[in-house]
Design a protein around this ligand. Structure first.
Ligand SMILES: Cc1cc2nc3c(=O)[nH]c(=O)nc-3n(C[C@H](O)[C@H](O)[C@H](O)COP(=O)(O)OP(=O)(O)OC[C@H]3O[C@@H](n4cnc5c(N)ncnc54)[C@H](O)[C@@H]3O)c2cc1C
Ligand code: SF4
Length: 479
């Protein structure tokens, strides 16, 4: 009788792809995990218990058919695994790399809950689609018919690009506008290469362009351009993300050497592309030879500390006002950062900065403890009196989160409704806004969120627009 290919979690231990040694990986911006060898991917996929109610699938925002593509991988039917995987996810190899799997699919894997260690879903997902690219299974976008309708998408991040992909495959004329010179949004200029190498993003941009998506880059959409985009297209999708950095209002907060995380990360990513970046070359946004303090405990802070290490900082410290268990960033990323030499100062909050002349010289830190839980059950940090100290620093990076820009004012559109956080009010599952023919997806609707949610929104919104168009079909060229 043929051997049962699945349920091997009892015999086979969880095994991630090899992680590069910390001393080696801190020298470059390459990804830190190697690819699975074929046999290893098969073996790890075979650990799946194929449970009747796959919680991994229900906790994946895209409801990926995970048990099926794991089984196909275990059986060596990789091309079919790829077909199933890409049916629900526009960028599986990107999600496989950067989804916080511990909070989504893998965190809800049933064998994890029985103490056997989760199936390495993200790594297998990445392996399947990387292999598909290598083998030439990722096909160009070739719509069966061309349609007359056109959609203008403002913002070339994962939300906008996922919508572009679905619409273009259906033959819609798609134009994506972005203020940057390269598409990809935060995949390109926010997230560092050690989590997501840039050629992985660029080949997707090229695939979309080759498939007929028209990109208008270096186009910062303002009120006039928004009006003309609306006039030009049958529907418009706003996918502009959230870029206004939260700030600290405290003594000497304007001193030289105190920088925003997004500026620091964008400069670093641009250098990795080989671009000239004046603020990096001048040393302003370069951590080399500096004592760096990063303020914040989210994923952006983790990316800043690890980027600083790679740029050759002499020391890197991360200040966070709660403790390790209560930080918003991924525990996996904290561990990676610690291995690379980052020091975390938990329960520490800034109250101002010391200076030498115009330049920052240190962060005035107050020590905190966690008080009683608030109405949400979260323990609020409280100051410990008399425990203040100064953390010396040459470069301070503020990674305190992002807020939306005020689009109704910037684009002079009274009818575009926003909620009290300034994010656009859009209908759940379609992205429809209060403005006729205008939709919105991704972070500009959700607030700072995740790539996988932006993809989900983009796909849902594209489906809703197609449904709308199909009510008045306008095919212009048959196959
Ligand atoms: C440093 C950092 C690390 C992150 N790490 C992770 C991670 O590991 N995993 C994860 O899942 N998520 C991560 N995220 C979150 C994730 O990147 C976002 O949730 C996701 O990119 C949102 O996609 P989006 O398409 O809505 O917007 P974005 O990716 O922000 O794209 C928006 C695009 O709109 C363009 N744009 C904005 N305004 C205009 C305008 N007026 N005119 C023209 N173009 C405009 C921008 O240039 C940009 O290209 C991270 C975020 C940051 C900042
Ligand atoms: S898209 Fe993200 S959450 Fe869904 S299966 Fe892949 S890694 Fe898990």
């Amino acid at each position: 009788m043929a051997e049962q290919p699945m349920l091997k979690f009892v015999k086979i231990e969880r095994d991630m792809p090899e992680k590069r040694e910390a001393g080696v990986r801190r020298e470059d911006f390459h990804e830190i995990y190697a690819e699975y060898a074929d046999a290893k991917a098969k073996e790890q996929a075979s650990r799946c218990s194929q449970c009747g109610v796959p919680y991994c699938q229900s906790h994946c925002p895209l409801h990926n058919n995970i048990p099926d593509w794991l089984k196909l991988t275990a059986e060596g039917r990789l091309r079919e695994a790829y077909e199933v995987s890409q049916a629900t996810n526009t960028f599986p190899e990107i999600c496989g790399r950067i989804c916080p799997q511990d909070r989504l699919c893998e965190g809800n894997c049933v064998i994890e809950q029985s103490g056997h260690g989760t199936v390495t879903i993200g790594s297998v997902e990445k392996y399947i689609t990387d292999t598909a690219w290598e083998e030439g299974w990722v096909m160009p976008i070739t719509p069966k018919t061309e349609r007359a309708e056109s959609v203008g998408i403002i913002g070339a991040g994962p939300g906008g690009l996922a919508a572009a992909d679905v619409l273009r495959r259906a033959g819609v004329q798609v134009t994506v506008y972005d203020r940057y010179d390269r598409a990809g949004g935060l995949l390109t200029y926010g997230i560092p290469g050690f989590k997501l190498e840039k050629d992985v993003v660029m080949r997707r941009n090229e695939q979309l362009e080759a498939g007929g998506v028209n990109f208008v880059l270096n186009c910062d959409v303002d009120a006039d351009i928004f009006t003309s985009i609306r006039a030009e297209h049958d529907a418009v999708i706003i996918a502009t993300g959230v870029y206004k950095s939260r700030d600290l209002s405290m003594p000497n907060g304007e001193a030289e050497g105190i920088e925003k995380a997004i500026d620091f990360l964008t400069a670093s990513n641009r250098k990795s592309f080989g671009d000239e970046v004046a603020d990096f070359d001048s040393g302003r946004l370069n951590a080399e030879g500096k004592r760096v303090v990063v303020i914040g405990g989210g994923d952006t802070a983790m990316d800043c500390v690890r980027t600083s290490i790679r740029q050759g900082a002499t020391s890197v410290k991360c200040l966070y006002r709660r403790d390790r268990a209560n930080m918003p960033g991924s525990q996996r990323e904290v561990q990676n950062a610690e291995e690379e030499g980052v020091v975390f100062e938990w329960l520490s909050a800034p109250k101002g900065f010391t200076t030498e002349g115009d330049k920052v010289a240190g962060v005035m830190v107050q020590k905190m403890r966690l008080g009683a839980p608030d109405a949400t059950g979260r323990q609020a940090p409280e100051v410990i009196e008399g425990a203040d100290y100064v953390e010396e620093a040459d470069l301070v990076i503020k990674a305190l989160g992002f807020e939306p820009e005020d689009l109704p004012t910037l684009w002079d559109t009274d009818g575009l409704e926003v909620n009290r956080w300034g994010t656009i009010k859009a209908e759940y599952t379609t992205g429809k806004t209060a403005l006729e023919g205008v939709y919105a997806v991704g972070d500009i609707v959700r607030g700072a969120s995740l790539v996988v949610w932006a993809i989900r929104d983009g796909r849902d919104c594209a489906d809703a627009i197609l449904e709308q168009f199909n009510a008045t079909t306008q095919v212009i060229a048959a196959e």
